[in-house]
Design a protein around this ligand. Sequence first.
Ligand SMILES: NC(=O)c1ccc[n+]([C@@H]2O[C@H](COP(=O)([O-])OP(=O)(O)OC[C@H]3O[C@@H](n4cnc5c(N)ncnc54)[C@H](O)[C@@H]3O)[C@@H](O)[C@H]2O)c1
Ligand SMILES: [Zn+2]
Length: 356
Amino acid sequence: MTRSIQLDGYVARIAAGLLDEAGAIIQRESPAHRYAIITDDVVSPLYASRVAAAIGSHLCSILTIVAGETHKTRETWAHLTDALLEQGHGRDSVIVALGGGVIGDLAGFVAATFMRGIPCVNVPTTLLAMVDAAIGGKTGVDTKAGKNLVGAFKRPASVIVDPLVLQTLPESHLRSGIVEALKHGVVSDAGYFDLVTRYSACDRPQPNELLELIAGSIAIKGDIVRGDEHERGRRKVLNFGHTLGHAVEFESNYRLSHGEAIAIGMVLEAEIAERAGIARLGTASVIRAALGGAGLPVVRPAELDSQALLAATRVDKKARLGIVEYALPRRIGEMAGGDSGWSVPITDSAVLEVLG
Ligand SMILES: NC(=O)c1ccc[n+]([C@@H]2O[C@H](COP(=O)([O-])OP(=O)(O)OC[C@H]3O[C@@H](n4cnc5c(N)ncnc54)[C@H](O)[C@@H]3O)[C@@H](O)[C@H]2O)c1
Ligand SMILES: [Zn+2]
């Protein structure tokens, strides 16, 4: 049975085996003369020819980049757009983003800019991309100054999720997806937080549990993004863990994955919220226990310098007039700042107290 979740102008579909039906969905909802499947060199040998066959191999070109965050750059964007032009793609082409969050962000940005914008179908293949990155229309690339600093809002034409592809995903990347699912619980639903905590403790979640997590997170994120696509208000709550988390990810030179860095960021930011009297006492330790129980790092690597992390938060898009704003919880399931635009200015000294 396929689960369909209606989002802002597009539908996310989730079903085991959906990859082989992707062709019918894409041809029906995003008819085009040609399709460009953008993927990476890990995912390509696993799934690209299956997706191409489902669409019709004669209609598809497959553009493969080197996997990894360090390739989510303007240089790769230039390489991809050049390749599309060389292969004769035009305004009547459609991009298919087949991969994790790196591919989703990059291919989405290519789709937002190529010929001033062509449709993009998201086929996420990591848990992180299924529960988070493929939804909501944020696309972009990293620069030397920081993460996601150049990009565009670009709604996908549709999202096609086949949880069976997670069978090939290494355990560590599966855990990264759990982080964003736990974040969805913290920002809006304590019951969902408990569910994710239960499913992710001990072993790899079962296939039916993964399905529930994917559908649950897409519904929560879709609900938050609806009405605030451009993040002027409530959507900011989804940045919980990401102000310090992005700084940790960047300062580790991407040695830590996005999910691992955000896990550390969630713990640090919950501690800031508690010390500032914003979060109920004990909130940080519940978050730390859930993340730790799922096998995620909860302590910042000692070699990451406090001042460098602080400096990195200032480059983040969440800084306004030099003061960094945070999305902070009041308790599990409820965020602070509803009367002040869903973000809270925090002084450097308060951050340094927690960073030590
Ligand atoms: N746009 C958004 O709203 C949003 C939200 C959250 C995260 N992100 C971005 O997402 C990125 C992180 O995404 P990610 O964690 O998916 O990383 P990723 O795309 O680098 O994927 C992780 C690794 O798994 C491999 N892989 C992917 N699918 C596989 C499969 N089915 N089997 C085997 N290997 C597979 C990839 O090749 C890669 O090596 C970051 O750049 C982050 O900024 C964006
Ligand atoms: Zn994230």
